[in-house]
Ligand binder design. Structure first.
Ligand SMILES: CCCCCCCCCCCCCC(=O)SCCNC(=O)CCNC(=O)[C@H](O)C(C)(C)COP(=O)(O)OP(=O)(O)OC[C@H]1O[C@@H](n2cnc3c(N)ncnc32)[C@H](O)[C@@H]1OP(=O)(O)O
Ligand SMILES: Cc1cc2nc3c(=O)[nH]c(=O)nc-3n(C[C@H](O)[C@H](O)[C@H](O)COP(=O)(O)OP(=O)(O)OC[C@H]3O[C@@H](n4cnc5c(N)ncnc54)[C@H](O)[C@@H]3O)c2cc1C
Length: 670
């Protein structure tokens, strides 16, 4: 539904903003020229896609969702060719607008499969495979997880056994639990995949390695001999994607289908070790880094919907008799939403720093330097977990904050939740990821005890224990950063001391680790939060004018809300005292009131076209009731006034009830 008029409440919200939302948009999209380009691409994509009059994805069966997703990719492909798009950011904006929050079946091909080929193949293999992959003759996926193991990679059971006589690997799924399960696009779309399998040569098992395995005929698309493959069935969300299963029955592949950039198997079966066997995990690290940005973007969409709707929605009075207010004027509603707006910005900024750090370390790896790999792994694992937890919880909080209408698919929020929540699980389950970060933190703490220097990101662990925070009502940003770093350093130090004490009492390290793992996860979370707060503070300090003061307030809101949420952790050693805790509580109320006038402008700045939000509640023009009504009227159930089911089931049921009491007098009209 197109509407010429903008809801007056929303209009007023935009007029009362104290800063120019466009300036913030330019920051998000790297300047005015890139913003214009993004708008151009997304508008074009929306216009093109609207021609197809797609039904809302939630109203479709699994098969229909899959079909629609393939059609959307087809549209996107045509536009990409027409515009000769190459730039990764431009491609992502276009695809976001053609398939908003739709998990497309080629997703794994374009992300993990391509990346694994690019980073883990030799030059000769790249020359052989990349042209086929780029031209979609090969459509691949990343098949690592098995029915029995997703997390514990050393437990994978699929084997690739080298046969020196034929110079082939024999790839096999020996048990039911070894069946590959979950890979995106595997069920029906892919014709090949990277199979992560345990490499066995000359009778020795060298653990997980990547192999390129063709699973379907490149022309007929029929599964090849020895391959049993299919879709895993309907899921909580993500149903437009054919996540699949794959059973390999002694499938033979040529020796040089093993991706040999880092480790090799020579013709005679000799194994050549890589410089670092964790290089095989590189694709997961890249995707974890990307997930931080993905989580931030999903949360940004959710807060845009909930904040706009809360500005339009009028319900109940604050002052008796003075009329119904915008629900965004309730302090409790502000508390639900405004810290989430701050979180969306905090994660967006952290994701940029994460991406830059990834790129830097990746370049070092290309040149053979692996020094910063552990730091990259620890940071990407922790931020992946923190961002996906915060985004998932945030999207759900936005849905609840929209009352009954939030529960309708018309709100767009269930779709965002459905595609957002698996981020907690895939690419490394969050608890497991936080424990990886904790492992690195404990190591750093140990190194510090031995007088070693720590890498830059960890330097804050060097601060002496104890002391007290200088936080006062001015909420100096550097005091906030120091508070977060102090809390993380204290928690890392405490849990490390517990591990050491357990060791001195003769407890085995693995047992001590498990019995302290709740605290380890908390310490890793504190570390990741300190990184996010520091990134936020450093970035907003580069802004100027009114935008700077608005963003500094938002930054304070994020940090203060976080402290109050985990107050015990900040107060445990007396670093924040009870007076300061009280002061922070009142500051929080002030911050909410300060951010309130800019709430709509802050979400407008994300610059999502309506079609990307795909929400009756989040529309730019605020005409939510008309949009909700249109959505309702278009329900499939409304296509006929009296459905066949009335005659088939309802009427016979009613008649069976009538028979129980035939004496009731039934009037012609009620
Ligand atoms: C909204 C959309 C967003 C965008 C999304 C894009 C679309 C994509 C859609 C995607 C769809 C989803 C697609 C999918 O889901 S694909 C499947 C993803 N699967 C996983 O992520 C599996 C998770 N498991 C693991 O990664 C490992 O097994 C873990 C880490 C748990 C332990 O492992 P393991 O038992 O082997 O190890 P260890 O604990 O003995 O530690 C051994 C040493 O190794 C170091 N180490 C470990 N890992 C790394 C690493 N990565 N880089 C560098 N180093 C690493 C570690 O620090 C330690 O070092 P040290 O302490 O000994 O020195
Ligand atoms: C939508 C979706 C798409 C996916 N796409 C792909 C894909 O393309 N390719 C692919 O290979 N895989 C894919 N996966 C699989 C995904 O990567 C795994 O599900 C994920 O890595 C988690 O592993 P798991 O399922 O074995 O969980 P489990 O490890 O069984 O987790 C169950 C519980 O055990 C806990 N746990 C496990 N180990 C530990 C530990 N060491 N310490 C403490 N707690 C622990 C976890 O915290 C969790 O609470 C996908 C999954 C989903 C949901």
């Amino acid at each position: 539904m197109a509407s010429a008029t903008v809801n007056p409440d929303l209009q007023k919200e935009r007029q009362r903003a104290t800063f120019d939302a466009d300036q913030l948009t330019y920051f998000l999209y790297d300047g005015p020229a890139n913003t214009r380009r993004k708008r151009y691409l997304q508008n074009l994509a929306v216009q093109e896609t609207e021609k197809y009059k797609f039904r809302p994805i939630a109203t479709l069966s699994q098969e229909q969702q899959y079909e629609q997703a393939l059609m959307r990719s087809f549209i996107s492909g045509q536009l990409e060719d027409r515009l000769e798009l190459k730039n990764a950011k431009e491609l992502s904006f276009l695809r976001e607008a053609v398939a908003p929050q739709v998990a497309v079946p080629y997703g794994l091909h374009m992300s993990m499969f391509m990346n694994t080929l690019e980073t883990q193949s030799t030059e000769e293999q790249k020359a052989r495979w990349l042209p086929l992959a780029k031209s979609f003759r090969m459509i691949g996926t990343y098949a690592q997880t098995e029915m029995g193991h997703g997390t514990f990679l050393r437990g994978l059971e699929t084997t690739a056994t080298y046969d020196a006589k034929t110079k082939e690997f024999v790839v096999n799924s020996p048990t039911i639990t070894s069946i590959k399960f979950w890979p995106g696009g595997l069920g029906k779309t892919a014709n090949c995949c990277i199979v992560m399998a345990r490499l066995i040569t000359r009778g020795h098992d060298y653990g997980m390695h990547p192999f390129l395995v063709q699973i379907r005929d490149l022309d007929t698309h029929q599964p090849l001999p020895g391959i049993t493959v299919g879709d895993i069935g309907a899921k909580f969300g993500f149903n437009s994607n054919d996540n699949g299963f794959l059973r390999l029955d002694n499938v033979r592949i040529p020796r040089d289908n093993m991706l040999m950039r880092y480790s090799q198997v020579l013709e005679d079966g000799t194994y050549v070790k890589p410089k670092n066997d964790r290089l095989t995990y590189g694709t997961m690290t890249l995707i974890r880094s990307n997930i931080v940005g993905g989580a931030a973007r999903s949360l940004s969409m959710a807060v845009t919907i909930a904040v706009r709707y809360s500005a339009v929605r009028r319900q109940s009075e604050i002052q008796p008799g003075a009329g119904e207010v915008q629900v965004l004027d309730f302090q409790t509603q502000q508390m639900k939403l405004l810290p989430l707006v701050a979180t969306a910005y905090a994660l967006t900024i952290a994701s940029r720093n994460m991406a830059a750090f990834y790129l830097r370390v990746r370049q070092q790896i290309e040149q053979g330097t692996l020094e910063e790999l552990p730091q990259l792994h620890a940071l990407s694992a922790g931020l992946k977990a923190l961002s996906s937890w915060q985004a998932t919880e945030g999207i759900e909080a936005c849905r609840l904050a929209c009352g009954g209408h939030g529960y309708s698919h018309a709100s767009g929020l269930p779709k965002l939740y459905g595609t957002g929540t698996p981020l907690v699980t895939y690419e490394g389950e969050n608890t497991v990821m936080m424990l990886q970060t904790a492992r690195y933190l404990v190591k750093c703490h140990g190194a510090l005890q031995q007088g070693q220097k720590l890498p830059s990101l960890m330097k804050y662990l060097e601060q002496p224990p104890g002391g007290s925070s200088g936080l006062d009502p001015r909420l100096d940003l550097s005091d906030l950063v120091t508070a977060y770093q102090h809390r993380a350093a204290r928690m890392v130090s405490d849990v490390s001391a517990k591990l050491m004490s357990a060791a001195s009492q003769g407890q085995k390290p693995y047992a001590a680790w498990n019995s302290n793992s709740v605290e380890l996860v908390e310490a890793a979370t504190a570390h990741s939060e300190a990184y996010v707060v520091k990134s936020f503070v450093e970035t907003v300090s580069t802004f100027s004018g009114k935008l700077c003061s608005v963003m500094e307030t938002l930054c304070r809101l994020y940090a203060v809300r976080g402290i109050l949420k985990s107050l015990g952790e900040f107060m445990q050693d007396g670093y924040i005292n009870s007076q300061q805790a009280k002061m922070l509580r009142s500051c929080l109320a002030d911050l909410l009131a300060e951010v309130r006038p800019n709430a709509v402008a802050l979400v407008d700045a994300f610059d999502f076209p309506d079609a990307v939000l795909d929400s009756a509640l989040g529309r730019w023009d605020g005409q939510v009731y008309q949009a909700l009504y249109d959505y309702a009227v278009n329900s499939k159930l409304n296509e006929k006034q009296v459905l066949d089911t009335y005659h088939k089931y309802q009427r016979p049921f009613m008649e069976s009830q009538w028979k129980k009491n035939t004496t009731v007098a039934v009037p012609a009209r009620l």
